[in-house]
Design a protein. Structure first.
Lengths: 163, 741
C-alpha cells in the first residue's frame, strides 16, 4: 500500500498522431489507458490487457507495440501513432481502404490493432509471401475470423506500395 | 423488390467508422463526471462469505465507494424471463453472502480513475466458509437429470424422443457403431470485453451496453430495479463480437447500475478478460453417445443419440444437442435422450450454433465411422440416406439442397481423388487426410418491427432495435430498404441498437435477416402503398390509379414497370401533397409456415489436414464449404460469415478448451494466452460457395441466415480428416498433438 500523501503522478511529453502534448499520468497507467480513458482516443482497443490479443497495437516511433503492456510513464519523448492517425489528409490510408474492399473485419473491434499491425508489417518487409504475412500478423487475434481478408488486404497494399 | 443492391457484394456501410477507429463501442462513450468500477470476485466455488474487509480499499486514493452484500441496496429482482432465459432463478448479485461459483462478484469498487479502482479492488480481503463443490463433469455423469422445461408440453426441447423401435432395429442391424464423444467447455471470447456505462437521472436509467438484445436488457434491468421498462434506455450501436454471449444481461450490467445509483454518478464497468470466463456464459461441456445401426448396403436402420451437458446449480441451460439426429439422415428408428448435469458453476449460454454444432460433431463423426465400417465413401453414405421429408415432424422441407451441396463440394474439393484407406495419402513427412461432414441449422424467424421515414428529398431513415455484432446488419438492412423504396443505398440511413426503436427479436440464431429484414421490407412496401394511395385520385400524377403490383421504383422515382417513362419522383409527389415526411411502422412475425414446412439451411464441409507423422502437429491446409441458405442478401458479407465459421470450427476442433480446477472451480486458463483460439498462421485456404436456392416459404425475403450454419460441421469434417490421415479416431475435443502420438 502506498504511503499516505504519495502522489503517483508524473508529466509525460509525447506526440500522439503528430500532436505534441504534455500529460499528467498515473505512474501505474498503461499507454492504452492513457489513450482511451484520459485522451479519449478510443481507436486502440482493450481486448485482453495482457498482451495476448493485439487489439491495442499502436506505433511508437514507427515500431508496433502493445500499448496495454507499455507504461505511459515510459513514453516521454515518444511519437505515438494510433489508428486515428493513419488516415492522410481526410482520406483513408491505403490499408484502411483495402480492409473495406476485402471485408477484412466483421465486428470491427480488433480492426484498429490489425490495421496498425498491418502498416508496420508492410514497413518491416514481412509480406514476402502469404505464409510470411500470416506469421507476422499472428499477434492480432480476430475472433470473427476475418484472417483471409486481412492477409489479402495487407499483401495487396504491400504489392501496390512496392510498384 | 426491384433489382438493385440486394444480392450484390456491397461494402459495409459502417466500414469507414470501423477502419478509422470512430465506431463507438459500449465503453467508449464519454460522459462528464464518469467514475470507474472494478469487480472483486470469489475465490471459492461454494459456501458463504464470512468476512469482507474493505477498509484498506476504502482508504486508498481516489476511492468513492466499496459495495458488497454488507452495504448494497436490496434490489427488487422482480420476476422476468425472456424466451431465451433458462429455467431457475438468475444470480442476485451482492444481495447475500452465498457463493454459488468461483469468480462470482462479491464486491465492487468505484473510484475516480480506472487505475485507482483496480488497485483498491486488489486490497479487498474476503474469507469464506467453504463447502466441497461438485465440479467433476465426467465423474458426475450418473447424476444427470431431465431438464424441467422439457416436461412442459410442446417444449421446443423435448428431452427424450423416440420413433420406431431403435433397440430392436439395433439388435437386427448388420453393422453397428457405438461411440462416445466429449466436448469441453468453450468460451465465446469476443475481442471486445463485456462493458456497461450506467447513468441515472432521477429514476431514469440509461445504459450504454454491449448487447445483442437491447430490449431484453431494458426489460431485465427494469425488473431487477423495480422500474417500468420506459424508465430504462439501452444504447448499443456497435458490438465488438458476441457469438451469443450477450444474449442475456449478466450480473455486471446490474452491478454498473447499482454502483451508479450508490455513488450518484455515471459509472463505467468493463469486465477483465479473466472475469469474462466466470461472469458470462459459455458452451457447456458435453458428453454424447451415438449408436447407429445399418444394413450392409448402407441403409440406416437405427440411431440412438444420448447427450448430457453441464449447467449451473441455480439455472437449467438447455439447447439442441441431439435434435439434428432426428431428421438429418433418413432413418426409421430414432431415439434421442438429453439430460443436464447441475454443477457448482455459473450458467452456460448460447454460443454460435448452440447445441447443433456439438450434436453434429458426434453424429457426423459416427457417420464417418459407419462409412469405414461399411467400406463406403462418406459422401455416398449420406446420399444413400438422404431423406425425402423431415421424418422427425413428418413435414416437407421448405427447401433442402443437400445433394447439390455434396456434389458441388466434392467437385470443388476434388474429393474423387481421395484414397479411402487411412494413412494412404502423404506429402513428405505429413500424413494427409480428407474428411467431410454435413452442416445444418434450423431457420428461425422472430417478431420484429421497423420504422421507415421517407423524406421529401428522397432520403430515408429506417430504425429497429436490432443489433450488429459483425454479420453486417447495418449494411444488409440498408440494401433491403434501398431496393424496396427504390432509392440509392447512400440515401438510406439504418439505425439500430436503441431500446426506444421498434422491437426486434434477439440478434442470435441467425434470425436477424429473416426477421428484421422482413420487417424493413414490409415497412418500405407499406410506404410505397401509402404513396400510391395518395396518387389514387391525383389527376396531376402520371401514376394515378396505378396499383402496387405494376409499380417499380429506382433512384427516388416511382414508375410503371411496363413503361418506365411513365412515372414521377418522390420529391414531386411529396411537394404536390405538402408532405415533408412519410412515416410507416410495420411488423413481421412468424406465421403458420412453421407448421407446414420444416425450414432449415444445409451445407457440406470438406477439409484437408496435414498431420506430422512423428510430432502429431495438425495443420488444416484447406477447406471447402458449400451452403444452401436461400437468398443471399450480401454475398461479400455472407462469405465473411462462412469463413468466420470455418475459423471458429478450427478452434473448436483443435484448440479451445476451458480448463477448470476440479477442487476450487477456478478457471486456470482464463486468458487469451492459455485459452487458444485460431490466429492468422493457423489458417489455410478457406473456400465457401453458395448453392442457388429459392425458398418462397421461409419468410418474405426468402433468407435462411448463415451465421450459425457456418460453424456447424466444420469441426467434425476436421476430425474425420484427422482419422483419414492417421487412422486414429479421436472422439474428444480439442484434438491436439499429444492425442495423436
Amino acid at each position: 500500500m502506498p504511503p499516505t500523501g504519495f502522489s503517483p503522478n508524473l508529466t509525460v511529453n509525447l506526440a500522439v498522431n503528430g500532436a505534441q502534448q504534455a500529460v499528467t499520468v498515473d505512474v501505474r497507467s498503461s499507454l492504452l489507458d492513457l489513450l482511451r480513458e484520459q485522451l479519449h482516443l478510443t481507436g486502440a482497443k482493450k481486448g485482453c490487457n495482457h498482451g495476448s490479443c493485439g487489439a491495442c497495437t499502436v506505433l511508437i516511433d514507427g515500431r508496433r507495440v502493445l500499448s496495454c503492456l507499455t507504461l505511459a510513464a515510459t513514453c516521454d519523448g515518444a511519437a505515438v501513432t494510433t489508428v486515428e492517425g493513419l488516415a492522410q489528409e481526410g482520406g483513408l490510408h491505403p490499408l484502411q481502404a483495402a480492409f473495406i474492399e476485402h471485408d477484412a473485419f466483421q465486428c470491427g473491434y480488433c480492426t484498429p490493432g490489425q490495421l496498425v499491425s498491418g502498416v508496420a508489417c508492410i514497413a518491416e518487409g514481412h509480406t514476402g509471401s502469404l505464409q510470411e504475412t500470416r506469421e507476422w500478423m499472428s499477434g492480432n487475434i480476430c475472433r470473427c475470423g476475418a484472417y483471409p481478408g486481412i492477409v489479402a488486404a495487407v499483401c495487396n497494399v504491400a504489392r501496390k506500395l512496392e510498384s | 423488390m426491384s433489382q438493385g443492391s440486394v444480392g450484390k457484394p456491397m461494402d459495409r456501410v459502417d466500414g469507414m467508422l470501423k477502419v478509422t477507429g470512430r465506431a463507438k463501442y459500449a465503453a467508449e462513450h464519454v460522459l462528464p463526471n464518469l467514475a470507474h468500477a472494478v469487480i472483486v470476485t470469489s475465490t471459492v466455488a461454494k459456501g458463504q462469505v464470512i468476512l469482507l474487509d474493505a477498509n484498506a480499499a476504502r482508504c486508498a486514493a481516489g476511492v468513492i465507494a466499496v459495495i458488497s452484500h454488507l452495504n448494497a441496496p436490496k434490489l427488487p429482482y422482480r420476476e422476468h424471463k425472456s424466451p431465451l432465459d433458462p429455467a431457475g432463478e438468475r444470480l442476485h448479485v451482492l444481495q447475500d453472502d452465498a457463493v454459488l461459483f468461483n469468480g462470482q462478484p462479491i464486491a465492487i469498487v468505484v473510484a475516480e480513475t480506472l487505475d485507482q479502482a483496480e488497485y483498491a479492488a486488489s486490497l479487498v480481503r474476503a474469507e469464506y466458509a467453504s463447502k466441497t463443490p461438485s465440479l467433476d463433469f465426467v465423474g458426475a455423469l450418473g447424476h444427470a437429470v431431465m431438464p424441467d422445461v422439457s416436461r412442459v408440453p410442446n417444449s421446443p426441447f423435448p428431452a427424450s424422443t423416440c420413433r420406431g423401435d431403435p433397440e430392436l432395429a439395433l439388435a437386427k442391424a448388420d453393422v453397428k457403431i457405438d461411440a462416445e464423444y466429449l466436448i469441453p467447455r468453450q468460451q465465446h471470447n469476443p475481442i471486445e470485453p463485456h462493458a456497461t456505462i450506467a447513468q441515472w437521472e432521477g429514476d431514469q436509467l440509461t445504459l450504454w451496453d454491449k448487447t445483442q438484445w437491447v430490449v431484453n436488457v431494458r426489460n431485465e434491468l427494469a425488473a431487477i430495479f423495480g422500474l417500468s421498462p420506459d424508465n430504462v434506455h439501452v444504447i448499443s450501436p456497435f458490438v465488438g463480437g458476441a457469438f451469443g454471449t450477450t444474449l442475456r444481461a449478466w450480473s455486471h450490467v446490474t452491478l454498473s447500475a447499482l454502483a451508479a445509483k450508490y455513488v450518484g454518478r455515471p459509472v463505467k464497468l468493463v469486465l477483465t478478460r479473466r472475469q469474462m470466463y466466470s461472469q458470462t456464459g459459455y458452451r457447456p461441456e458435453t458428453w454424447q453417445r451415438v449408436t447407429i445401426g445399418a444394413s450392409y448396403n448402407g441403409r440406416l436402420s437405427a440411431i440412438v443419440h444420448r447427450a448430457v451437458a453441464e449447467t449451473s446449480n441455480y439455472e437449467q441451460y438447455v439447447d439442441r444437442v441431439v435434435d439434428s439426429s432426428r431428421f438429418l439422415h433418413s432413418c426409421p428408428n430414432v431415439a434421442t435422450h438429453y439430460a443436464i448435469l447441475p454443477l457448482d458453476v455459473h450458467t452456460p449460454v448460447y454460443m454460435r450454433a448452440p447445441g447443433t454444432a456439438s450434436g453434429i460433431f458426434a453424429l457426423e463423426c459416427a457417420m464417418d465411422e459407419l462409412a469405414y465400417e461399411l467400406q463406403m465413401d462418406p459422401v455416398a453414405l449420406r446420399l444413400l440416406n438422404e431423406p425425402a421429408r423431415d421424418e422427425s415432424v413428418n413435414l416437407p422441407f421448405s427447401s433442402r439442397s443437400t445433394r447439390e451441396c455434396y456434389r458441388l463440394g466434392s467437385e470443388h474439393f476434388g474429393w474423387a481423388a481421395r484414397k479411402p484407406e487411412p494413412r494412404s495419402m502423404r506429402d513428405g513427412r505429413w500424413l494427409i487426410g480428407w474428411g467431410m461432414a454435413t452442416s445444418v441449422y434450423h431457420t428461425i424467424c422472430g417478431r420484429a418491427e421497423a420504422r421507415v421515414r421517407l423524406f421529401a428529398d428522397g432520403h430515408a431513415e429506417v430504425e429497429s432495435a436490432a443489433s450488429d455484432m459483425g454479420p453486417g446488419t447495418y449494411t444488409s438492412m440498408t440494401q433491403v430498404a434501398s431496393d424496396t423504396l427504390g432509392i440509392r443505398p447512400e440515401c438510406v440511413r439504418f439505425s439500430l441498437g436503441d431500446s426506444t426503436f421498434p422491437y426486434a427479436s434477439p440478434h442470435g440464431g441467425s434470425l436477424t435477416m429473416a426477421s428484421v429484414g422482413s420487417a424493413v421490407y414490409r415497412a418500405c412496401m407499406t410506404a410505397r402503398a401509402k404513396i400510391l394511395a395518395l396518387l389514387h385520385a391525383d389527376a396531376r400524377s402520371p401514376l394515378r390509379g396505378a396499383s402496387l403490383d405494376i409499380i417499380d421504383a429506382t433512384d427516388g422515382r416511382l414508375f410503371l414497370r411496363a413503361n418506365q417513362s411513365c412515372g414521377e419522383r418522390y420529391q414531386e409527389i411529396f411537394e404536390r401533397h405538402g408532405l415533408d415526411v412519410l412515416e410507416v411502422t410495420e411488423m413481421m412475425q412468424p406465421g403458420d409456415e412453421q407448421h407446414q414446412y420444416s425450414m432449415k439451411a444445409f451445407g457440406a464441409l470438406f477439409a484437408e489436414v496435414g498431420v506430422d507423422r512423428d510430432l502429431g502437429i495438425i495443420q488444416v491446409r484447406r477447406m471447402v464449404g458449400v451452403y444452401a441458405a436461400g437468398r443471399i442478401v450480401n454475398p461479400k458479407m455472407a462469405r465473411s460469415q462462412l469463413i468466420s465459421g470455418m475459423v471458429g470450427g478450427i478452434g473448436m476442433a483443435l484448440m479451445e478448451h476451458t480448463i477448470t480446477d476440479r477442487q476450487s472451480g477456478c478457471i486456470v486458463n482464463a486468458d487469451l494466452a492459455n485459452y487458444l483460439v485460431p490466429v492468422n498462421a493457423d489458417i489455410g485456404a478457406l473456400e465457401p460457395f453458395f448453392v442457388e436456392e429459392s425458398d418462397p416459404h421461409v419468410n418474405p425475403l426468402g433468407v435462411k441466415g448463415v451465421g450459425e450454419l457456418a460453424l456447424v460441421g466444420v469441426a467434425p469434417a476436421i476430425a474425420n480428416a484427422i482419422f483419414h490421415a492417421t487412422g486414429k479416431r479421436i472422439r474428444e475435443f480439442p484434438i491436439t498433438a499429444d492425442k495423436l502420438i
